[in-house]
Design a binder for this molecule. Structure first.
Ligand code: TMP
Length: 234
């Protein structure tokens, strides 16, 4: 499968068409941004690590009945995925408070949430991906009610599967961000799941094994991603 034409370049990935109109190649870059790209940098080998980690996670989710855009891993930095129309929403699930939820509600980092929460953000970098609710989504036709229901059901199921997956690796899944796509009238999981898009804390030590190390200049960024890769590869 060859890369033909670049169709999209985001902050961390590039998408290329292939000979098959239903398949695209997702290329993982080392570029990292935070705070709506106000902070920019690179994380050495991140693209290679995230491609491997996301591949492993997609395979695991598919084994648990969750349909994803993942088809196969092509090489170090490239993954073959189904071409979808991306739903313009970022879906955030949280098990403990961290990041923007702590700022919003004045919570201590790590506060356990009695049940997992879900937030929708409208995917628009120029607006800083603002939070929206289901009324906005309906009124502005970002997604249909049926799609919103499918997305919520899938997101909570993904949380159940991934909480267990990571806990078996002595990692606690604190929160994460998902993106979904439409294909053939269905909603499937798209984008990536990696230390860029999750908060992952080592069980016992509480060590952060995710992009917060970059966001907050904690050091040991590459090592944290490497550690997640090592554990998911077992
Ligand atoms: P937040 O606490 O900054 O809202 O982030 C919640 C989770 O979503 C965290 O795991 C990081 C992830 N995330 C992304 O993957 N992309 C984004 O643009 C943002 C804001 C968060």
């Amino acid at each position: 499968m060859n890369k033909l034409e670049k169709i999209y370049e985001g902050k961390a990935k590039i998408l290329y068409t292939t000979e098959d109109p239903n398949l695209v190649i997702q290329y993982f870059k080392d570029d990292a941004t935070a705070f709506n790209a106000q902070k920019k940098g690179t994380i050495e080998q991140k693209g290679i690590m995230n491609n491997r980690i996301a591949s492993r996670i997609f395979e695991h989710l598919q084994q648990h009945g969750i349909e994803t855009h993942y088809v196969e891993t092509l090489n170090d930095r490239e993954m073959l995925v189904k071409r979808v129309q991306i739903v313009p929403l970022e879906v955030i699930i949280r098990n403990r408070a961290a990041g923007s939820l702590c700022r919003l509600l004045g919570l201590a980092e790590g506060t356990v949430l009695a049940v997992p929460t879900l937030e929708f953000c409208y995917k628009d970098d120029s607006l800083g991906d603002p939070q929206v609710n289901e009324y906005h989504i309906r009124a502005l036709k970002y997604a249909t009610d049926e799609e919103v229901k499918a997305i919520k059901d899938m997101a909570f199921k993904i949380n159940d599967v991934l909480k267990k997956f990571f806990l078996d690796l002595k990692i606690e899944l604190i929160d994460f961000k998902l993106e979904f796509g439409r294909v053939g009238g269905r909603i499937i999981l798209a984008d990536e799941i990696s230390p860029d898009t999750c908060r992952l804390w080592e069980v016992g030590t509480g060590n952060k094994l995710d992009k917060d190390r970059f966001r907050r200049d904690l050091g040991g960024v590459e090592q944290a991603y490497q550690e997640v890769l090592r554990r998911v590869s077992k």
